[in-house]
Design a protein around this ligand. Structure first.
Ligand SMILES: Cc1ncc(COP(=O)(O)O)c(C=O)c1O
Length: 311
């Protein structure tokens, strides 16, 4: 396996660990550092790069010309995949949940994916639920020809391997590592690469207790917990309180957070600090997994609902 940080011609920046200075953290006597994985790349940011890296290497090894994947209408993964395909001269096909979107104006995420040359196929929720069925995948091969399949959210064992590279020696200095959880792939890599003396906390971005089993299956140690208290009602659900938090955090630290994943994780970290969950002098490393491309689309939805906007 290649261990460098580039997929083909796509240049990736090294990430920085930024220590947050604030009265709130001083008062509560904890240290917080953000690993800016979001700065890796403008379009293939955060865990998207980590998840795609070994999958693209594998697709090339198998001489595949087309990458096919699944996602929701605002999927960070779909946008990142479209950009990677565009840069690497590979075809991309995105099967998008919701046939009602067909013929409608594209949201900002799908507009960018389309401009990157991705073929967008809107499918019913029933069809979408068959995304792991062999028969369904065979039908897709009949429709679209041969392809390399990248599962929903980009998560598979090669994605977990890529996410292990988020954690290096520098990251072993922290007592706690926190990450947002969607499918569980990213945190599985983080757990595998963490040291046994560290605690890994996953903040679930969605409702449902199925994630724990998925993670248990992929990891090599039990130094982790899944916190399910900060999903704000479920996937992509937000409140004005969360939006205020995201806006204040950016104002105080200069670090933007997305409303679906990293905003909820950071809200959870701050709330646990407030509640005294961490011992004095605990050092926490929060992984910024990216997702900032989703802000435009979320703001359109918030505006329609008359809610506060992310600035
Ligand atoms: C920005 C962002 N952060 C975190 C996650 C959660 O990652 P995972 O699905 O691997 O749990 C995702 C989803 O892939 C994401 O887009």
């Amino acid at each position: 396996m290649l261990k460098n940080n580039n997929i083909g011609l796509i240049e990736i920046k090294n990430t920085e660990n930024i220590k947050i200075e604030s009265d709130f953290l001083n008062k509560n006597q904890v240290f917080l550092t953000v690993k800016r994985e979001d700065l890796i790349h403008k379009y293939i940011s955060g865990n998207k790069f980590r998840k795609l890296k070994y999958n693209i290497i594998e697709a090339k090894k198998q001489h595949k010309q087309t990458l096919l994947s699944f996602g929701g209408a605002y999927s960070n993964h779909i946008e990142a995949l479209s950009f990677a395909g565009h840069e690497l001269g590979m075809n991309t096909i995105g099967l998008i949940r919701g046939d009602e979107l067909s013929g409608q104006p594209l949201n900002p995420t799908l507009t960018r994916a389309f401009r990157n040359g991705m073929k967008l196929v809107f499918i019913t929720r029933k069809q979408y639920s068959r995304k792991e069925e062999k028969v369904f995948l065979m039908e897709l091969k009949n429709d679209f020809g041969d392809f390399y399949l990248i599962p929903e959210g980009g998560t598979n064992h090669l994605a977990v391997l890529g996410c292990e590279e988020i954690i290096g020696h520098q990251e072993h200095e922290f007592d706690v590592i926190a990450s947002s959880v969607g499918t569980g792939g990213t945190i599985s890599g983080i757990i595998n690469a963490s040291s046994c003396s560290q605690k890994v906390i996953g903040f679930s971005a969605l409702k449902g207790d199925f994630l724990k089993d998925y993670i248990v299956d992929k990891v090599n140690k039990d130094n982790w917990e899944l916190n399910e208290e900060y999903h704000f009602g479920g996937y992509a659900k937000v409140t004005n309180e969360l939006i205020d938090f995201i806006n204040n955090f950016k104002m105080e630290t200069g670090i933007p957070l997305d409303p679906i994943y990293t905003g909820k994780m950071m809200f959870g970290i701050y709330d646990l600090i407030k509640k005294g969950k961490f011992q004095k002098n605990t050092s926490i490393l929060a992984i910024h997994t990216g997702g900032l491309q989703g802000i435009d689309g979320m703001n359109q939805v918030l505006q329609k609902k008359g809610m506060k906007l992310i600035v």
